[in-house]
Design a protein around this ligand. Structure first.
Ligand code: FAD
Ligand code: NAD
Length: 406
């Protein structure tokens, strides 16, 4: 009898961790495991703000997949998923197709643009190593160009970050470190460079601890960031952002050479386009992390929607929850193969820590312990290093770990 075929789509936190755990849960005789990913490397999505600002090299944030998985046990296919034909248990790739008995959808996030005019065309988004690298190179170019183009204006040095959630704030934290370096490198007066954050809510990091939010805002303001709160981006044109403050009829415009959108994320649109039942673009998975309409399909990470029964809202999409889900999916696939009852996923939050550049941060950990400054920055590095350890053991930690002192 042929072995059951397990197919994992995407090698981000959810997909890579599911693969690594499956090779531990199952023996070679239990199943054939195939992992498909667009690139031959896995990247740390949680470090994309650093790659985008240029405060770390992009190679620091990625690792060859073959160096993390057991290639004797896992067939790795580098290809792009185009469509999942669930009725035929088949996945269409750019260069072929694969069939499965059990599928794990781990295709991650896309930027949510809410139909805002011009965002897709004229704003950058941090979605992958390549999009982050493009942001860094674009900012570098604006600075390199400034003193060499007689028509250049300070507006070309201006940076607007749209959205003051965790991605936007972490990016600003990196930018306030990087911009002074760029000014020194290209002989530019730092007072010419305007960095603006536009956030629709009355405060940055809506819903997060107010004391820590104030700390983050004061810190970034002290480094020159200007905040426009209660203000929604309505349109982006080449080199300008049009926005509206609550209560005002007028559209205000900021001209900027670099516009980066961090206003939200959604699940990879392949999921919706493949006909799965979705809610807010994600699959509202059952307790054991299977799709509600297909028992052979598991969904992990940013493609899955899990409700927090306490708050009545979905858990936010994070690497933390993706890694925990992956463990349960690997065990549940084993249970299904062995005709055992599956486990119900229970999320155990370890807290939230957001960096404000290399040596500052804010966070709430161990339930209600608040951290800020260097203590929080140390905790953030510990979290990043722990995630590397979980994915690739000591080898990956030693290669890519964040050990540099402040
Ligand atoms: P991803 O990590 O996005 O992985 C998806 C994988 O699928 C990628 O390898 C991608 O290349 C591949 N893929 C996509 N499309 C295709 C295709 N068509 N064919 C083949 N392969 C494909 N969360 C935290 O918990 N802590 C943090 O500190 C944190 N910081 C963040 C900072 C930033 C700047 C951002 C943007 C997010 C951050 N997050 C953080 C959120 C976290 O990164 C995501 O929740 C997490 O990456 C989701 O994991 P995933 O496995 O679902 O998807
Ligand atoms: P988000 O949805 O958390 O934040 C988007 C922000 O943009 C919100 O504050 C929203 O009010 C604002 N916004 C939306 N539309 C707008 C508009 N038209 N104009 C102005 N502002 C607008 O998205 P994110 O920050 O990209 O985070 C995505 C996920 O990744 C979240 O779950 C987050 O928790 C997670 N994340 C976690 C960390 C961390 O733990 N350190 C870091 C980054 C991201």
């Amino acid at each position: 009898m042929s072995k059951p075929k397990i197919l994992i789509l995407g090698a981000g936190y959810g997909g890579l961790m599911t693969t690594v755990r499956l090779t531990k849960e199952l023996s070679n005789e239990d199943a054939d495991i195939t992992l498909v990913n667009k690139h031959n490397y896995h990247y740390e999505s949680t470090w994309l703000h650093e790659v985008s600002a240029g405060t770390i090299h992009h190679d620091k944030a990625r690792v060859l997949i073959k160096n993390v998985i057991n290639t004797n046990r896992v067939n790795f296919v580098q290809d792009s998923v185009r469509e999942i034909k669930k009725d035929e248990k088949k996945v269409i790739l750019k260069n072929g197709e694969l069939t499965y008995d059990y599928l794990v959808i781990a295709l991650g996030f896309e930027s949510a643009t809410f139909g805002i005019k011009g965002l897709d065309e004229y704003a950058f988004a941090m979605r992958s190593i390549n999009t982050a690298r493009r942001i860094r190179e674009h900012i570098d170019y604006q600075f390199a160009n400034y003193n060499n183009d007689k028509n250049a204006t300070p507006e070309q040095l201006a940076i607007v970050v749209g959205g003051g959630g965790f991605s936007g704030i972490e990016l600003l934290g990196e930018l306030v470190n990087r911009v002074p370096q760029l000014c020194r490198e290209y002989d530019i007066d730092p007072t010419l460079v305007k960095i603006t954050n536009v956030e629709g809510a009355p405060s940055i990091l809506p819903g997060f601890d107010p004391e820590l939010v104030t700390y983050a805002k004061n810190y970034l303001e002290s480094k020159g960031v200007q905040f426009k709160l209660n203000t929604f981006i309505k349109e982006v044109t080449p080199g300008s952002v049009k926005m509206q403050t609550k209560g005002s009829e007028e559209l205000e415009e900021i001209k900027a050479g670099t516009i980066i959108w961090t206003g939200g994320v959604k699940a990879n649109s392949i999921v919706e386009n493949s006909g799965f039942e979705t809610n807010r673009s994600k699959v509202p998975v059952k307790g054991d992390l299977r799709a509600p309409d297909d028992d052979s399909v598991f969904v992990v990470g940013d493609c899955a929607l899990i409700m927090n029964e306490e708050s009545g809202r979905p858990y936010p999409p994070t690497a933390q929850i993706a890694l925990q889900e992956a463990n349960v999916i690997a065990r549940n696939i084993k249970h299904v193969l062995k005709n055992e009852p599956t486990e119900t996923f229970v999320y155990k939050s370890k807290g939230t820590v957001a960096s404000l550049g290399h040596s500052d941060a804010i966070g709430v950990v161990f339930g209600d312990k608040k951290l800020k400054g260097k203590a929080a920055a140390t905790m953030k590095k510990v979290i990043d290093d722990r995630s590397l350890f979980l994915q690739g053991g000591v080898g990956l930690l030693l290669k890519k770990g964040k050990f540099k002192p402040f």
